[in-house]
Design a protein. Structure first.
Lengths: 205, 205
């Protein structure tokens, strides 16, 4: 490798290490309890090393919250209503293990301190859920009179609440069960058509 | 009044003042950011004055969380499904104004530090919701095959999530609308019978 490529690769590794360290520190301490110094120590880099990649604690928190959907990859080929369900189940299954997702969950409460208005995690996830539900309507899985936006907000609200209660009660161990229960409760309200009988992952198979 | 009665009344006033001050301090700083000293200062009493009534910061937080339902009084005469809806709407309407309810909301995340297992706010509210929904089934408002416990958990989850997102986006100003939307989404899943057509407070009147 040419020296410039080596340098570039090293910079990317450092950036990733700083992100991961920040996620761990945010997950443990929240936004207000975290400091750039703690993050630098955890990543094993200098303060200057952190500031080379991120201008502030706020910018680090923004990158972690905005990147949440990238860390949640549903099974290939799932679409429409099945994809909406799979996204929430994948998130629930990975949350306990993933520092990035745990940081995202921990930062929900404080995101008014670092996210621009209109870009918070609630709106981000609601938009993604609504897109999958709209595909489901387009494909005839759901009745067209279903209020997609309201249902999307409802799912994001319920998953947020389930996440908090699961954290307090079982350190997220039973989160997948709680998320599947949410879908089981909600499905009769979605006007699911006969084409949708084969839906998986709501804990009744 | 006899001196002992005067003393008793004064002690009760002090206790109430300490509770209120604690609620304000918890609402602003969370559990870990609060201290008994801050609470004493806010209440205008000595440290000894606080410890006369509450053994610790934990005991204060427990009293506030355990007392939440007392601060949420639905309209007289409402029962069954209407009462379940009214309880959530009353809570949503009062949250922005009530230090006790704001403290309860703020402490959800940290309650594993001070609530005994099995007595947290999620279980407390789920029990209350389930009781109202059971009355609704008994009165023929809801179909008996509805999974009361699952629906109760769903409502508490969704209200918790709505509360957090409403806090971040509008300082709780639009919480009543969000709670009414939850019920609007969920009602078709509840197997509501014809007796229940007159239901109020879900934002469609």
């Amino acid at each position: 490798m040419a020296p410039r490529v080596v340098k570039q690769a090293r910079a990317e590794r450092t950036r990733a290490a700083v992100m991961l360290a920040a996620a761990e520190v945010f997950a443990e301490n929240g936004f207000s309890g975290a400091s750039v110094m703690k993050i630098a120590d955890r990543a094993g880099v200098t303060l200057g090393g952190v500031y080379f990649h991120f201008r502030s604690k706020e910018e680090l928190a923004r990158a972690i919250v905005a990147g949440q959907p990238e860390f949640v990859v549903p099974p290939e080929g799932s679409h429409g209503l099945q994809r909406a369900i799979d996204v929430t189940r994948t998130w629930a299954r990975q949350l306990a293990e993933s520092p990035m997702l745990r940081a995202g969950a921990r930062l929900v409460w404080e995101q008014d301190r670092f996210m621009p208005a209109g870009e918070n995690s609630h709106q981000q996830w609601t938009g993604l859920m609504a897109a999958d539900l709209q595909s489901a309507v387009d494909d005839g899985e759901l009745k067209p009179e279903v209020d997609i936006q309201a249902i999307a907000r409802m799912i994001v609200n319920a998953c947020t609440g389930a996440q908090m209660h699961s954290y307090v009660e079982t350190a997220h161990e039973d989160l997948v069960d709680r998320v599947e229960e949410i879908w089981r409760c909600l499905l009769p309200a979605l006007g699911v058509s006969d084409e949708c009988k084969g839906i998986k992952g709501i804990g009744r198979e």
